[in-house]
Design a protein around this ligand. Sequence first.
Ligand code: NAD
Length: 516
Amino acid sequence: MGLVPYENEKYQDWSDAKVREKMRAALSTVGGRLGRSYPAIIGGKRVETDGEIVSVDPSEPSRVVGRTARATEREADMALETATNAFGTWSRTAPEARARIMLRAAAIMRRRKFELLAWEVYEGGKPWSEADAQVAEAIDFLEYYAREMLRLKDGIEVYSVPGEESRYSYMPMGVGVVIAPWNFPTAILTGMASAALVTGNAVVMKPSEFTPVTGAIVAEIFEEAGVPDGVMSFLPGYGSEVGDYLVEDARTRFISFTGSMRTGLRINELAARQIPRQRWIKRVIAEMGGKDAMVIDDSADLDSAAADIVKSAYGYSGQKCSAASRAILHADVYDDVLAKVVERAKALKIGAPEAAEVNVGPLISEPQFEKVAGYIEAGKGEGERVLGGDPGDPEGGYFVEPTVFEVERDATVAREEIFGPVLSIIKARDFDEALSIANDSPYGLTGGVYSKNREHLERARQEFKAGNVYFNRTITGALVGVQPFGGFGMSGTDSKAGGPDYLPLHMLARTVVERF
Ligand code: NAD
């Protein structure tokens, strides 16, 4: 196929008044569509359920963004059965044809870009630039995985012995259950589903119960792009109600999951148990949480370091698995960096992200708000709060101010994933200690070092225990195809989304040898 070389989708230039006007128009159009209902899609049919999920705007929880089906085991069973039946034909469909469908989905997303951004603002509580980066990432996944499938479709070269031909190639696996989180409701759902689909698998796609409307739009786009009926089912539901069923079922061949450590470990455990009629060891691709650290040494450019700590810690209110939640500062620069971080964090504008100038929107939900409020209370007893206040009444929106704690390395707020705008600042006496604090975590997703010291950077290159390590820059916003993303330890199964090893996780490698 004669495709242009892969390139990341460009971001919007929000300084351009025309671009801002387009966004306002999309917010107004989508604003007029709030409150609609979205059924499940199984085998190409719209399926209503007895219950519903009511998705609300986290900036204004009394505003209903949409109502979706709420799948039970009955619909989960239908979706798995439909996928099982659809797998045969789809798995034999030419990889080029499957890739074209992904490219078409990317084109549709590009055409509907501002509308998608507006859904992110209303349902995800995302500021404009965060929504933009996320939809661009979804498009990147589609474009990149389409090209990756074309690269892998004829297999990989291996040696043959004289008189024989050895061929090493990949084949589709079966039915994949895709379980997504709410924090990147377009990008992660699209990325996980497109990887599973383009490799020839049939997919049951379960969005997060907090962002099911965005999930419905993604499903609609896959349908419109030409994913055949049954090859992709859209199954909005609560993890607690259908999650175990989908994972445990004998028809499930693999589970592609992104979410918390707790859920990921449960899925891994349930998937490992063999049940009657099961004919394979289920594969689990899991991307989980993080407690990501930035180390600032005594040679660093302190202004840039502070600016990038603030961006990494408070982008999307800290609700990114890659967010900096620990800043580990060399004692000699501690006071300076702390002051600069606080000054910059104070300048962030908090509010409902319908407004262009907002940098920090709400948290996604009341449970998340309560959880973060609990950590703030705990942090006050563990160290000094140098920025932030007590969260207010959640009825007015799930807003939490950017918060900074000075704490010791073993404080709860410095160890557990909070998933909110809460940064722990920890003092280290030297670079050795800073690196050892950074690595003293069961997680290992992202990490960063700010330094001009070549020896420190080279050591961190070898020793920083994280799947994505960044030097002298932010630690969030991994670009598809450029910064393959995924973590070590309790951050996941070391899969790297948006990288060259990702698609083979969704396929079976086969060796065929013929003697002549
Ligand atoms: P979560 O684990 O609560 O939910 C994730 C998904 O799992 C949802 O769709 C949920 O319905 C489903 N689920 C819940 N219980 C289930 C069960 N028993 N069986 C099957 N599915 C079940 O996570 P969340 O709150 O939606 O997302 C935030 C978490 O995701 C954070 O920990 C964050 O670090 C992590 N995350 C990781 C990455 C990464 O790439 N490593 C990216 C984004 C988010």
